[in-house]
Design a protein around this ligand. Structure first.
Ligand SMILES: Nc1ncnc2c1ncn2[C@@H]1O[C@H](COP(=O)(O)OP(=O)(O)OP(=O)(O)O)[C@@H](O)[C@H]1O
Ligand SMILES: [Mg+2]
Length: 437
């Protein structure tokens, strides 16, 4: 139906009338001001009169308290949401140094070149989830490129290390033992005092003690700053010891570098209780449902990685003690596989083993095998046994394991007592997977 011009004019008029919910017009005063506005004006006049009655002193007190509460809320909002916390020395825990991973990368943090993205750019997200200690891919940036920022230990893990350290140095809780004092006390006085005795057996990295390994780590630590003196200073040794006790991952990354061909991410550096490493792509677990051809390719690369760790020409063999597919990352373009969690890697100095103990080690008893045995052998098939077992239960857990020849090799490699050597089996699997199926 057409609306006439008169009806439209009437509707426009009625729209301007202030109507209550029941359709009746709200009461208005003679000047036409709506009641709600009038109440507000009354309240303001009333407040004005009260403030005037406070007098000069009362007014000052009121003004001061308004300013204080404004400052308080402003700081709260700034701290929770606005402060660029990668520049905040307390957020980075720089004040704990030398009980920290180092400070060679602080310049990039304080210059805002390293940033958190997404929810973690807000300090409050870190406070709500204090146990989060890996900020990968989408959560960290260095000069705009994705990086992984790791704090390497949860507050509980740090607490445990502190308790152990305080106990070992006889600095009891009553003396308010802190990590810095305990590290200071743990090292003897003087220069270059960190010895094998301080770190041996503390974690997988130093499970098989070797002076050559400790020297290599010290040298890598020293080279983080090329202008440093020839020897590590006491503060740096304390920092090295702290890292060894909490999580040796940075020590491994800086000693066995990706530049030298090790299948690990590049290590950028540390600031306080954070380290920054190269982002190496998606988690290998994302490929569990990928097409078979992709899973076969990744399996082959993981086996090649296992061999690379075991048989290197550096005189060190590396054995992974945490075979979990989630600890591998895959670069989507090239399908390069990288080991990204180095918290549990055993390093064996094969040059220090004499000819009596240097024979090859065949890991028996499958998953119940004792890892310490790798310390006494020049070459162990530990990595291969665990790589085969992991692949059988993850990327290759379907038809391939039952129906194809690769499946037979894989089952034999993962069994407690294979008929052939696991090195031979790994080669057979790699050769079979290298051919198109
Ligand atoms: N350099 C990296 N590149 C890509 N992704 C990574 C990298 N480092 C870690 N990640 C991802 O973050 C996840 C968690 O990292 P990581 O395995 O080092 O820590 P974690 O297992 O939680 O800790 P822990 O050190 O106690 O073993 C990995 O499973 C991986 O998906
Ligand atoms: Mg892990």
């Amino acid at each position: 139906m057409n609306v006439t011009r008169r009806q439209a004019a009437q509707r426009t008029d009625s729209d301007t009338i202030d109507e209550a919910a029941d359709g009746n017009p709200k009461p208005q005063d003679l000047t036409g001001t709506p009641a709600s506005l009038r109440h507000f004006e009354d309240a303001m006049l009333d407040a004005g009169t009260r403030i005037r009655r406070l007098g000069f002193k009362g007014g000052c007190v009121l003004l001061l308290s308004v300013m204080l509460s404004f400052a308080f809320y402003w700081h709260l909002i700034r701290y929770a949401l606005v402060t660029p916390h990668t520049e905040d020395v307390y957020f980075l825990r720089m004040e704990t140094c030398p009980a920290c991973y180092g400070n060679d990368f602080c310049y990039h943090f304080t210059n805002s070149e390293v940033t958190f993205t997404g929810a973690y750019q807000y300090p409050i997200a870190h406070q709500l989830n204090p146990s989060k200690h890996v900020f990968e891919g989408r959560q960290g940036r260095y000069k705009g490129a994705p990086v992984v920022i790791k704090s390497l230990a949860t507050p509980e893990q740090l607490e445990r290390v502190q308790r152990g350290l305080c106990k070992s140095t006889d600095l009891q809780e009553s003396h308010r033992c802190n990590m810095r004092d305990a590290l200071w006390k743990r090292l003897s006085l003087g220069e270059d005092t960190l010895t094998l005795y301080d770190v041996r057996g503390e974690n997988d990295f130093f499970r098989c003690p070797s002076q050559r390994l400790l020297d290599a780590v010290k040298e890598a630590f020293r080279l983080r700053d090329p202008e440093k003196p020839k020897r590590l200073l006491r503060n740096e040794e304390m920092s090295l010891l702290f890292t060894a006790l909490v999580n040796p991952e940075p020590l491994l990354l800086m000693t066995f570098t990706s530049e030298k061909g090790w299948p690990f991410p590049r290590y950028y550096g540390a600031c306080g209780r954070f380290i920054v490493v190269e982002h190496r792509g998606r988690s290998a677990t994302d490929y569990l449902t990928a097409p078979l051809s992709e899973r076969l390719l990744l399996s082959m690369r993981i086996l090649q990685l296992a061999i690379k760790l075991t048989a290197s020409d550096t005189g060190f063999s590396l054995y992974l003690n945490d075979w979990d597919l989630a600890n591998f990352a895959v670069y989507p373009d090239t399908r390069t596989v990288t080991l990204v969690d180095l918290s549990n890697v055993i390093v064996v100095d094969t040059l220090q083993l004499n000819s009596y103990v240097s024979r090859q080690h065949h890991t028996t008893n499958g998953s119940k095998a004792k890892v310490d045995e790798v310390c006494d052998h020049r070459l162990s098939d530990w990595n291969l046994l665990h790589a085969c077992s992991m692949l059988r239960l993850s990327l290759l857990n379907d038809q391939i394991a039952d129906s194809q020849q690769v499946g037979d090799y894989l089952n034999e490699c993962a069994s407690a007592q294979p008929k052939r050597s696991r090195f031979q089996l790994a080669k057979l699997i790699i050769d079979a997977l290298d051919k198109p199926i």
